[in-house]
Structure formats: structure tokens, C-alpha cells
Design a protein around this ligand. Structure first.
Ligand SMILES: [Fe+2]
Length: 268
């Protein structure tokens, strides 16, 4: 079977100045470059955290400045990002502040909108914004956009559906954090069972795979996994979150719409 795309999926980078995170990220990128990937998918929580009530403007800027420097070092690659729950600065002094909320994150990530789609080599990519009321959910506008977008696709079109929160997962049974509207989304996918849909996510910092009604769901751990820290008594190894090591996924997309997903521990 002919491979048509070779992608790196990084998620939950949680970039921060502490723990030598920028240099450890660089080492990981050098490793990923050896895979000669076509482009990157970046699954949100790109910065450590902007969402808590005590986060200052300076701290938000410091985190994005590191990310943007690192991003220039990846200039040879397209990086298609989605929004994570920790990326938004809700504690801005007012809603008119240019750094408040999602618009600022969209700009920092250089993405066209909080949700968007694109096509490559016959594959349709849908990038979702899960950060809505009832965390891990689509808002009404986005539901309509997703329904219309899927309806436009020809039968047999392979689709990657990319989100921060998992739409369906195994690890969320243990940890919580699943999309709260997965009943709606999985029923929508079933209406489109003539397409070949695969979902990719992060958020939980655990790696798993699930399959339901012919749709595959990969939750791909986290690049930072224990937020670049050493770990705790539940960590199965240094910097692990529970049993998941820090890592990234290398994903192959094939001509027939099939997908292979390999989670690789980076050890940095
Ligand atoms: Fe995260």
C-alpha cells in the first residue's frame, strides 16, 4: 500500500522557561527531523499555562516568545496547530484586551481561525476547537461548520479529525477529560461512514488507541508529558505521566485511507 503522507503529531508541548524545556524540545525536534516528516500537527497546550487566574501578562508573553523562537527553528515545516485549554489568557484585565482569549492564541499559532480545515494529497484535515462550554465540546457554530464540511466530501474521502480533547478514548475512563459531546460527534461520524475518518488528540497526557464504528481514535500522550518536570510517585519512569513517557507520534497515511500511528518516547 502506497504511503501518501508522513506526519509528526506533537501535543501538549507546554512550553515554559523552566526545566531547560526549550533545549529539550530542540533535541526532540532534531530526532523528529530524522523521520523526514512532511509536516507537523501540534495538538494544543502549546504553552505551559495562561489560563489560571493569577497569570500575568508578562508570564503569558514570556511563554509565547519562547514558542515563537522555537517555531522559527522549524521554518522548513508547516505546523498546523489547534487550541488547548491552557493556551488562552482569560485573566486579561478586560475582554477588549488584545491578549484576551482565543483570538490572541490564533495569532500566536499563526492559524487561520480557532477551527479550520485543509486538504493534502487527497486527505481532508479538520482542525477543531474543543475549548467551549462543557469543556471538550463543540459550540453550535462549529457543529454546523463540521456537518457542512463533512457533507461536501465525496464518499471514500479519508479524513483526519484533529482536536485537543479526545473525542473518544480509553484513558479518559481513568482520567476524565473526554469530549462531553462525543455522542453527538460519533453519531455524526456514523452518518458519514462512507468516509474514512481517523481522530487524533492529546490533553490527557496518556497514550491510547480506540476504535468505534470503524473510526480510529489515537490519543497521543504529550511531548512534555509531566510538564517537563521529574514526575511523581505514580510516574512509571522519569518524567512519565503515569505509564506514558514523554513522546510524539509518527503517523503514516496511506492511499486507501488507512493510518498507522506510532508513539515514540523521546527521553529528553
Ligand atoms: Fe496538557
Amino acid at each position: 500500500m502506497k504511503r501518501v503522507l508522513h506526519i509528526a503529531h506533537i501535543t501538549d508541548v507546554h512550553m515554559r522557561p523552566e526545566y531547560d524545556a526549550p533545549n529539550r524540545f530542540r533535541k526532540c525536534m532534531e530526532e523528529i527531523k530524522k523521520h523526514k516528516v512532511d509536516f507537523f500537527l501540534n495538538g494544543g497546550d502549546t504553552i505551559f499555562a495562561a489560563d489560571y487566574g493569577n497569570i500575568t501578562r508578562e508570564r503569558v508573553n514570556e511563554q509565547w516568545a519562547i514558542w515563537k523562537k522555537l517555531r522559527t527553528e522549524l521554518n522548513a515545516y508547516e505546523v498546523h496547530s489547534c487550541l488547548g485549554n491552557h493556551d488562552m489568557w482569560w485573566a486579561a484585565p478586560d475582554k477588549q484586551d488584545t491578549m484576551y482569549g482565543k483570538d490572541h492564541v490564533v495569532k500566536q499559532l499563526s492559524i487561520p481561525n480557532r477551527y479550520y480545515s485543509f486538504d493534502k494529497q487527497g486527505w481532508h484535515f479538520v482542525i477543531l476547537d474543543s475549548n467551549n462550554k462543557n469543556a471538550g465540546a463543540l459550540d453550535d457554530d462549529q457543529r454546523k461548520w463540521l456537518e457542512e464540511g463533512l457533507a461536501k466530501l465525496q464518499a471514500g474521502t479519508p479524513v483526519i479529525c484533529f482536536s485537543h480533547y479526545p473525542i473518544l478514548a480509553v484513558c479518559t475512563i481513568l482520567e476524565g477529560g473526554n469530549h462531553t459531546d462525543s455522542k453527538y460527534i460519533s453519531e455524526l461520524f456514523y452518518k458519514h461512514k462512507d468516509k474514512k475518518i481517523t481522530c487524533l488528540s492529546g490533553h490527557i497526557h496518556l497514550q491510547d488507541e480506540a476504535e468505534y464504528n470503524g473510526v480510529q481514535y489515537f490519543c497521543n500522550g504529550a511531548l512534555s508529558v509531566f510538564w517537563w518536570e521529574e514526575g511523581d510517585k505514580e510516574s512509571a519512569g522519569k518524567s512519565y505521566y503515569k505509564q506514558t513517557p514523554p513522546g510524539y507520534a509518527i503517523i503514516d497515511l496511506f492511499e486507501d485511507g488507512s493510518v498507522t500511528n506510532q508513539y515514540i518516547a523521546h527521553g529528553f
